[in-house]
Write a protein of this length. Structure first.
Ligand code: HEM
Length: 283
C-alpha cells in the first residue's frame, strides 16, 4: 500500500492564523488517499464507534433525508460502489469513506448542520453540533463571527454546482487517536508527557476538508479527513521539519495568539521546543 502523503497543512505563510483558505480541486480528488489505510476498513472502524456511543458520532435532523439521499448517491457513484440500504443515507455514505460527512442546509435563513457522521472529530461530537448554524458551530473560534462568517456564508450560498473546494488546518495534540470527541480526556493526559517523550506522544493533527453542492436539494456536503503523525515522523523529512519549526515559531508570536489560545498550544511549547531543538540539531 502506498503511504499516504498529504501536503503539510502548516507549510504556508499564514500557518498561525485562522483563515478560510478554500482552493478549487478536481472532482477526481474529492476523497484523498487510499481507502482502508493503516486505520483499517472505515466501515468497520466507524461501526465500532457507533456501537459504543451513537449520539457522539451520528445525528440527523427532521427533513434532512432528501439531501442525505442525494449525498449517498453522489458518494457511491464517485466510488463506483453499492452502499448498505438499511441505514440513514448519510450514515451509509460515511461508511464508504475515511472522511467524516456533514450536511449543511439552509434553515431559517442560516446555513445549518442538518446531519453528520463524525468518527474522527477534533474535540466536538455529533450531539454537540447537529442542528447548529454556521455561526453557532464556530462560536468558540475567536473572531469567526466578525471576520470569517459573512464570507463563508456567501461561499456556501454561491458555490457552483460543479465546483469542489478544499481547505486544510492543523494543530498539535497529545493523542494519536482518530476519535477525539472529548477535549478534557486528552488534555488531562498532557501533564504525563516529559520532554524526552514529546516526539512519540505529541501528534501533528491535520484536517483536510472539502465542500460540494448537492444540486437537486441545494444542500452542501462538507467532508473532513484527518491525517496525523507523531512529531518524531518529522525526523525523516527535513523539509517538513523546518516548515513545522517555522510554523511553530509563528504560532508563538503575538500574531499567533488567537490561534495558539484556541488550540491550547501554549502549554505544549516547552515539549515541542525540546523536540525541535534535538531534531534540528541532528538533521
Ligand atoms: C468551509 C468553510 C469553513 C471554514 C472556512 C471554517 C473555518 C473554521 C476555522 C478557522 C476553525 C478553527 C480551527 C481551524 O480550522 O483552524 C473551525 C473550527 C470548527 N469548524 Fe469550521 N469552517 C468551515 C466549515 C465548517 C462546517 C461546514 C462545519 C460543520 C460541521 C464546521 C464545524 C466546525 C467545528 C465544530 C469547529 C470547532 C469549533 C470548536 O472549537 O468548538 N466548519 N472552522
Amino acid at each position: 500500500m502506498t503511504t499516504p502523503d498529504p501536503p503539510a497543512a502548516y507549510a504556508h505563510r499564514e500557518a498561525h492564523l485562522f483563515r478560510i483558505g478554500l482552493a478549487p480541486i478536481d472532482h477526481k480528488d474529492w476523497f484523498e488517499g487510499p481507502y482502508g489505510s493503516a486505520d483499517g476498513d472505515p466501515a468497520t472502524r466507524k461501526a465500532a464507534i457507533f456501537a459504543g456511543d451513537p449520539d457522539l458520532c451520528w445525528g440527523e435532523t427532521e427533513g434532512s433525508r432528501p439531501a442525505q439521499g442525494e449525498a449517498l448517491t453522489l458518494v457511491a457513484e464517485h466510488l463506483g460502489v453499492t452502499p448498505q440500504a438499511d441505514l440513514p443515507p448519510l450514515h451509509a455514505a460515511a461508511l464508504l469513506v475515511e472522511d467524516d460527512l456533514c450536511l449543511m442546509e439552509r434553515r431559517g435563513g442560516e446555513w445549518t448542520l442538518s446531519a453528520a457522521s463524525l468518527c474522527a472529530p477534533s474535540f466536538f461530537s455529533a450531539k454537540s453540533v447537529v442542528g447548529k448554524s454556521l455561526a453557532g458551530l464556530h462560536g468558540p473560534v475567536t473572531g469567526f463571527g466578525e471576520r470569517l462568517l459573512p464570507r463563508v456564508d456567501r461561499i456556501f450560498t454561491h458555490l457552483a454546482d460543479d465546483q469542489l473546494v478544499e481547505r486544510r488546518n492543523w494543530s498539535v495534540v497529545s493523542s494519536g487517536e482518530l476519535f477525539l470527541p472529548d477535549e478534557r480526556a486528552v488534555r488531562s493526559r498532557q501533564s504525563e508527557i516529559t520532554p524526552d517523550m514529546a516526539g512519540a506522544r505529541l501528534f501533528v493533527r491535520m484536517e483536510r476538508q472539502t465542500l460540494r453542492r448537492l444540486p437537486d436539494t441545494g444542500a452542501l456536503l462538507f467532508t473532513i479527513r484527518i491525517w496525523r503523525h507523531p512529531l518524531s515522523a518529522l525526523r525523516d523529512r527535513p523539509e517538513r521539519l523546518s516548515a513545522f519549526a517555522r510554523a511553530w515559531d509563528l504560532v508563538m508570536t503575538d500574531d499567533g495568539e488567537a490561534f495558539r489560545n484556541y488550540k491550547q498550544l501554549g502549554p505544549l511549547d516547552p515539549l515541542v521546543r525540546s523536540f525541535l531543538a534535538e531534531a534540528l540539531a541532528s538533521a
